[in-house]
Design a protein around this ligand. Structure first.
Ligand SMILES: NC(=O)c1ccc[n+]([C@@H]2O[C@H](COP(=O)([O-])OP(=O)(O)OC[C@H]3O[C@@H](n4cnc5c(N)ncnc54)[C@H](OP(=O)(O)O)[C@@H]3O)[C@@H](O)[C@H]2O)c1
Length: 324
């Protein structure tokens, strides 16, 4: 019998894991296995910044396995403005979850890092060995150091207690249940919301920058399967980058084209080249993942975009849009 507790279970990634566990055939590689109970916790089930609330959550469910996704997550603006909050809240959440997992004798924990916590000055492509090899970008050092420390904690827990605590490093994620708030969200949900507003108001759809930078995007439901794989089939402490390949980088223009198609926007569509582009590429290697997982099929980008936009349109009133 196993109890898998997913912290951050109501967010973009947590909802995707719930979807996959509930829709993949029972007993299949990514489906629910006999004897498994999955618990998807949100912040109202317990504030993980608080040690007592975290302990109470763990005492209630007694998880044998933990997928730890809960975090203070934000776009560039939030990260730049609230560095101490991003550092403190994530340090507290991670410390409490790992300590409660250890005290509750959880057999395995996978925590979630991000490719944006890698050093600013680094040789590309990024790989799992380079997380600590230089300071992070100044704009997100609070979030980055808190996340990096999880890898240090995992090694220390293993060293001192033999714990099986590891981590995953996803690239840019998108999908249903994302945060579509225009002020604080990541590029894909922000552009979907902007394009939707342009269609609704009959105004131009303006994309910031030249559209030329390249990025790797992973569909949340593909990422969910990779987390389930890592939970069941990966037993090292070092992290694994969970991403599409470097050959599947796409430009911001290709992203915007896909959004225009999925939203059915037929108005004026332009790029505001007076806005900064950011770094041209920051490719991450998924070689380690591919060498371990065997066969895995990523969802084609346009299909993933269609599903995400369909979800956004159907759930506009309740989605995180910053309008409520
Ligand atoms: N989004 C990306 O592109 C991206 C890329 C790389 C890595 N990641 C990482 O992936 C993980 C999941 O991110 P996401 O995009 O799914 O985030 P999200 O949609 O913003 O969800 C965050 C989740 O964390 C929960 N949470 C936040 N603060 C909490 C607290 N103090 N106590 C308990 N729960 C709390 C939220 O609960 P409520 O909904 O109840 O508030 C929510 O379920 C994070 O660790 C993030 O760093 C994200």
């Amino acid at each position: 019998m196993s109890v898998i507790l997913v912290t951050g279970g109501s967010g973009l990634v947590g909802s995707a894991i719930k979807h996959v566990i509930e829709t993949e055939p029972e007993g299949s590689r990514f489906g629910k296995k006999p004897g498994e109970t999955w618990i998807f916790a949100r912040s109202s089930d317990g504030d993980l910044k608080d040690a007592a609330a975290t302990k109470a959550l763990f005492d209630k469910y007694k998880p044998t396995h933990v997928i730890h996704l809960a975090a203070l997550v934000g776009g560039l603006f939030g990260n730049m403005k609230y560095k101490l909050s991003f550092l403190r809240e994530n340090l507290l959440i991670n410390e409490n979850v790992l300590n409660a997992s250890h005290e509750g004798k959880a057999q395995k924990v996978i925590s979630c890092l991000s490719t944006c916590v890698f050093p600013d000055k680094v040789t590309y492509p990024l790989d799992e060995t380079k997380i600590h090899s230089g300071p992070p970008h100044e704009s997100n050092f609070g979030y980055a150091y808190a996340k990096r420390l999880v890898d240090v904690q995992n090694h220390a827990y293993n060293d001192q207690y033999g714990s099986n605590f590891t981590s995953a490093i996803p690239t840019n994620i998108f999908g249903p249940h994302d945060n579509f708030d225009l002020e604080v969200s990541h590029v894909i949900p922000a552009l979907i919301h902007k394009c939707y507003m342009a269609k609704k108001n009959g105004t131009p759809f303006v994309v910031a920058g030249t559209g030329k930078p390249l990025r790797q995007f992973i569909y949340s439901r593909d990422l969910a399967k990779l987390f389930i794989w890592q939970l069941r089939e990966y037993n090292e402490i070092d992290p694994v980058i969970l991403s599409v390949g470097e050959d599947e980088e796409i430009s911001i223009k290709e992203v915007a084209d896909s959004i225009v198609k999925a939203v059915g926007f037929e108005g004026e569509y332009t790029f505001d080249t007076s806005k900064a582009d950011g770094q041209f590429r920051k490719p991450a290697s998924n070689k380690k993942l591919l060498s371990l997982i065997g066969e895995f099929k990523f969802t084609p980008f346009d299909q993933a975009m269609d599903e995400t936009v369909a979800w956004f349109l159907q759930n506009y009133d309740t989605a995180r849009t910053g309008k409520k």
